[in-house]
Ligand binder design. Sequence first.
Ligand SMILES: *[C@@H]1O[C@H](CO)[C@@H](O)[C@H](O)[C@H]1NC(C)=O
Ligand SMILES: *[C@@H]1O[C@H](CO)[C@@H](O)[C@H](O)[C@H]1NC(C)=O
Ligand SMILES: *[C@@H]1O[C@H](CO)[C@@H](O)[C@H](O)[C@H]1NC(C)=O
Length: 497
Amino acid sequence: MEKKENIVMFPFMAQGHIIPFLALALEIQKKRGCTITFVNTPLNIKKLRSSLPPNTSIRLVEIPFNSSDHGLPPNTENTNALPYPLIFRFIEASLSLKLPFRKLISELIAEQNGHLPLCLVVDMFFGWSVEIAHEFGVSHAIFVGGGGFGMACYYSLWTNMPHLGADSDEFTLPDFPEASKIHVTQLPENLRLADGNDPFAVFLKKVFPEWLNSDGLLVNTVGELDKIGLMYFRRKIGRPVWPVGPVLLSMENHAGAGKVPGITPDPCNKWLDSKPLNSVLYICFGSQNTISESQMMQLATALEVSGKYFIWVVRPPTGFDINSEFKAEEWLPQGFEQRIQDQKRGLLVHKWAPQVEILSHKSISAFLSHCGWNSVLEALSHGVPIIGWPMAADQFSNVVLLEKEVGVCVEVARGPRCEVKHEDIVKKIELVMNDTEKGKEMRRKAHEVRDIIKDAIRDEEGFKGSSMKAMDEFFSAALSRREKTKLEQENKIMPLT
Ligand SMILES: *[C@@H]1O[C@H](CO)[C@@H](O)[C@H](O)[C@H]1NC(C)=O
Ligand SMILES: *[C@@H]1O[C@H](CO)[C@@H](O)[C@H](O)[C@H]1NC(C)=O
Ligand SMILES: *[C@@H]1O[C@H](CO)[C@@H](O)[C@H](O)[C@H]1NC(C)=O
């Protein structure tokens, strides 16, 4: 029997990174019959092991890491557990994984009697692993869980920091003029406050140039929808860029990523079943974000004024422990929860909802979202238009792509601190959810995008979608790299005469 190909995957230790990697791992395993060696620190592996099916053929491998050695609280192995300032120390601490990772790869190869893994697929923060891959003659790829355009802006912004020398609130990116002007309010807060010498900037300025040595980028996006961003990376790194998305986790595997829903799909579905077609607004700011108390009040008021049906995933506002109990009587208008319950108008879900199930329900009309890339892909895969309220990282640029290029989004507010009036929120909700020209146009485009995505991941007799082709290209590049290594090694042992 032919030996199964092995791919080594190593995401950064944060849910937002582990989840797309797990989705890619399951996809590759299912469609390509490869074995996957999934590397992470002990506590993350333990969590994954307890939640993946017992017969999974994904091989979970621990890499040693002790947070106490890096001035972090004991047993810190995931950004989820960390207050904001310590996240950067944690990211820096991840640099210490280089030697253990080399050892791990070396042992893996020895264990396979010298048979090389097909590729190391690593996190965007682990550019340092290129050296290790190439030392052993193994192909190396960086898997970007974000979108092409959002990540291109992010990469360019942190590399160039154009806001530092700017004499206006708007600026262009020197190596990415194709992205429209960026306004200072579209910078993530940590970038806006960065002067170039702060730890995160220093870290990114080190790891981003290392991408240039990798053999290619895998991007969780669809080529047809995200051309400019992909073009940026092709030009920047001069290597192949493979849009292989969307890779998404299904509901049962979300549990695998350590999320416990605040509501099970059944009551949620039942509630949605009782509502008319295209009538419900779904609101969620992702698992790592929340809004301020005053923003929460304005949003709640807007929901009551608009009179639309809604499902709202609530989390304590900024300044409170995001994982603590939600206090509706404190943070929402008086009697809000009771009223919406009595009128069967809305559903408040605590912490986390079965998002994919909700977005796929025919009663859903629009999604008010922070526009984290996973949420975006989930919405677009189901043809749901988006009301964007970006909070951090690449989310601001994701909104630009969705609004200006794709035409399936309107922005309602920007950032976790902005002032927002309920009247303006109502206007945006009605613009998208009412039968306005704009609303109809957005729904039409959202359906078009859903079909483009469906096609991208189709692989049938006589038709292969763009994402499937990109995955093929990735595999053949990795295979030919290994063939080259084999030839070199044979020549070393038996020099040609
Ligand atoms: C694991 O078991 C389930 C249920 O018996 C089965 O449906 C699935 O195909 C199995 N998966 C693997 C990778 O063997
Ligand atoms: C981590 O290091 C600390 C301090 O050196 C030690 O007390 C602790 O036992 C270590 N933890 C593990 C899991 O090895
Ligand atoms: C949207 O629909 C509601 C309810 O029918 C209506 O009161 C409101 O004026 C409409 N707004 C717009 C902008 O069409």
